[in-house]
Design a protein around this ligand. Structure first.
Ligand code: AHR
Length: 786
């Protein structure tokens, strides 16, 4: 332990408002909606699964036949007399012969349907017969091996579609349950929208959310909720009726049986049962401001663009959404909201146009949305985007567009190594508080360990310090079903019956629960020096094979700019299956790497690695990366990648490119054919002695002090609550620490890494505290007179 530190909080010196700083981001990936937060237990309830959603899907995915000896049955999926044209398919179950019944069962998600003894489940379906006879249909909840836990019947009496409902209460608990629907006699049954919901959804809403997951969200107390994605929003065709259309909110409201089924770009089906009305309701139930994101008539993944003269429909969608959320019941869309059950407005304040779009396709469309929205709704805050990169020309273009059009916020996204977050702690210190604000709409360090969470906490102190230049921030992604992983890390993991928050979740929770309303002046003296890991950018230089790409390299050299020494390498052709080639090892501070490169075959480009210490630690210059759209400088630290800077660039076959990369101390610049392409200052990892902030809860008057110690050594501090009236401090301390850096929560140990809470009561003059190494401490204090 070093010197004592003096922390002085001037409790009367209130600073800037922290506003809606910390919130959450919901994207339907990792089966976050269907098979996740959305309470529906039946998979493929309307027989709409299709190979467009996923190559293995078909109309009977997740359904199996149930036959008894001597039964004859025919199953087919038809579409001649649908419930609604948006929901064209339905099941035809024709039993030709049976003694004990025949039918179908649904397998649910994961290992099956979770059924809890004594809980009530709402079964519903649309059914009809062929006009020849009424049909007795048995509905049961069973275990995987056919043990019946509950059974009831419906009598289908109509040849027209009718909705039938039952409440089922299983007699035992099981996590591998099945819903079984059997006809007891011969006949032809039409079936659609077969649904099973726990009656106890979050806030007991019909068509509601899974309670355990939603309650974890509620516990966060987020200020806002961004939805519905992510790439989910902007990947798809331009026609709203297409199966794989971009996300169009109007497809997602109204009766669930009338909502179309869509491809989810993460490789599965989205029923849209969790649609925009439900998102607004959920935001309200969570006490979070809704923050919807709409596509801008542009799909950056496939370069699909709505012609500018056809953009009105898309702009109208945005205007109508605002009316849907905020309009009076006399307005067209406000009336629709009221008809759905919510006459009161949802008080929408924010709207995002585009999700991390880059390139001209987006930037030429954004202004039309901006102008129309501001003209009609000047108080709505519009969010522009700076793409999926932490820096570079597209990132700069996003900010430039935001400044030009006076966007209220700019959505930044980055997923980086923990070390990047440490190195970039001061990223927002020089951001302009007057211009557009940062909306850090997606960020995470790669991993769910205590180390990741601790580093994220230190970074969040920087976000708080820089509010209001940083206006909003949310970790991403939020939810992941362990059996359907598209992306990790994630904040909350679940299966069909369990859920746990990661270490990152508990950090987010601490910051949201204890955000405070305004900053308080906090002066700290006696801090030890910063710890700077100034590792030079030296090491091997290599050429690495690129997937599906054959390239010819020639005139290769590495020049040591300190000594003038030059290494040259013979020309060679690199196949995707070739081994990585080491061009040389650099020990100098200043050096230049150059070559000519030509793609002979394939779809991508070239990969030069430098400052390579070992396979897991290196810098990379990739030309023609990700769908051959970028030239990026990235870094791997312990195999965790960070984008340092990016620029749009595509490699063409049979074109020779002159590539040059210059390292001048920590300054890296790249050139293609003599033109500067990337430039970055590589920041060394720097660990501050402590990361801290102070704020005040204006309602309770409580003083909040957050202190993060990322270092191994503990730090002792005297804390002075200056100008606070009274002599006695009372309050709460929330503490995380004492875990191994690699510790993670799991289903078995869901709260291994989670805050501990204690009470504090102490004479004001005696407030001293030891912040243990690698810890997070949050004080929430009041001062009174004893
Ligand atoms: O959060 C996962 C994905 O990362 C989001 O869909 C996208 O916006 C980003 O690229």
């Amino acid at each position: 332990m070093g010197n004592k530190i003096q922390m002085t909080i001037n409790t009367q010196k209130e600073g800037e408002a922290l506003g809606d700083l910390f919130g959450i981001f919901f994207e339907d990936l990792n089966h976050a909606a269907d098979g996740g937060l959305y309470g529906e237990l039946i998979q493929n309830r309307s027989f709409e699964f299709d190979s467009i959603d996923h190559p293995s899907y078909h109309a009977l995915t997740a359904w199996e036949k149930v036959e008894s000896p001597g039964s004859r049955m025919m199953l087919s999926v038809q579409c001649t007399r649908p419930i609604h044209h948006n929901n064209p398919h339905y099941l035809v179950l024709e039993v030709l012969e049976t003694k004990e019944g025949a039918g179908i069962k649904n397998l649910g998600y994961n290992s099956g349907i979770t059924l809890r003894q004594g809980d009530a489940y709402r079964f519903s379906c649309f059914a009809a017969h062929d006009g020849r006879r009424d049909l007795e249909v048995e509905v049961s909840l069973e275990t995987m091996v056919g043990e019946v836990l509950e059974q009831k019947s419906i009598c289908v009496k109509d040849k027209n579609w009718k909705c039938y409902e039952l409440i089922l209460v299983p007699q035992a608990t099981c996590t591998e349950g099945r819903l079984v629907i059997k006809m007891k006699d011969i006949g032809r049954l039409y079936l659609d929208m077969v649904s099973l919901f726990p009656c106890q959804t979050y806030k007991n809403r019909i068509n509601g959310m899974r309670k355990d997951i939603a309650e974890l969200l509620e516990d966060l107390r987020p200020k806002f909720m961004r939805f519905p994605g992510g790439c989910l929003v902007h990947d798809g065709s331009l026609c709203a009726e297409d199966r794989d259309s971009l996300y169009r909110w109007k497809n997602t409201i109204g009766k669930v049986e009338e909502r179309p089924s869509k491809r989810n770009n993460w490789g599965y089906n989205q029923t849209l049962g969790l649609g925009f009305y439900e998102y607004f309701l959920l935001s309200e139930d969570l006490g979070a401001k809704p923050l919807p994101v709409l596509p801008a008539g542009y799909d950056p993944h496939h370069q699909r663009k709505v012609p500018l003269d056809a953009l009105d429909e898309w702009i109208q969608d945005a205007l109508d959404l605002i009316e849907f959320a905020n309009g009076g019941v006399e307005t067209t869309w406000g009336k629709k909201r009221a008809e759905l059950g919510h006459a009161k407005p949802f008080n929408l304040e924010y709207i995002g146009i585009g999700n991390e779009e880059v390139q001209e396709g987006f930037f030429e469309r954004y202004p039309y949305f901006h102008k129309a929205i501001k003209e009609k709704y000047p108080h709505i805050k519009i969010i522009n985007t700076s793409g999926p990169f932490a820096a570079g020309s597209e990132y700069d273009r996003g900010w430039e567009s935001a400044r030009t059009h006076q966007s209220d916020l700019v959505d930044e996204h980055y997923y980086q190594a923990p070390e990047w977050f440490l190195a970039h702690h001061h990223r927002y210190d020089r951001f302009d508080k007057e211009g557009p604000k940062v909306f850090l709409g997606e960020y995470a360090s790669w991993g769910n360990t205590w180390y990741n969470a601790l580093v994220e906490a230190s970074y969040m102190i920087g976000l708080e310090r820089n509010a209001p230049a940083v206006g909003l921030a949310c970790y991403a992604p939020m939810l992941c079903n362990v059996d359907y992983v598209n992306w990790k890390p994630d904040m909350i993991w679940f299966n069909n019956h369990q859920v746990f928050g990661t270490a990152n979740y508990y950090v987010q929770k601490l910051f949201m629960n204890h955000q405070g309303d305004v900053k308080l002046d906090l002066q700290v003296e006696g801090l030890p020096d910063k710890e700077v890991q100034n590792i030079p950018l030296i090491g091997e230089v290599t050429l690495t094979p690129v997937v599906n790409t054959v390239a010819l390299y020639k005139d290769i050299y590495i020049k040591n700019e300190d000594t003038g020494e030059i290494i040259t390498v013979e020309a060679f052709t690199m196949e995707p299956t070739s081994k990585e080639i080491v061009l040389g090892t650099v020990e100098a501070k200043n050096y230049t790497i150059g070559m000519k490169a030509k793609r002979i075959d394939g779809k991508r480009g070239f990969m030069i690695r430098f400052s390579k210490k070992d396979a897991a630690n290196k810098l990379n210059w990739e030309i023609g990366g990700w769908q051959n759209m970028d030239a990026v400088l990235t870094e791997d630290v312990n195999n965790r990648n960070s984008c340092l800077t990016q620029r749009s660039f595509s490699v063409e076959t049979e074109v020779e490119y002159e590539l040059q990369l210059q390292v001048r101390d920590r300054h890296i610049t790249t050139f293609i054919n003599g033109e500067k392409v990337n430039e970055t200052l590589h920041l060394p990892v720097m660990i501050e002695p402590l990361y801290y902030s102070a704020s005040k809860d204006l309602q309770t008057g409580e003083i909040i002090l957050k202190v993060i110690n990322v270092r191994e050594e503990s730090c002792s501090a005297v804390i002075d609550l200056m100008n606070a009236e009274g002599n006695q401090i009372k309050g709460n301390v929330y503490y995380m620490g004492g875990y191994a850096l690699e510790a993670e929560n799991s289903f078995e140990q869901p709260r291994l890494v989670s805050p501990k809470h204690s009470r504090i009561e102490i004479d004001k003059k005696d407030l001293e505290y030891i912040f243990p190494g690698q810890s997070i401490t949050i004080f929430r204090l009041s001062v009174e007179t004893k």
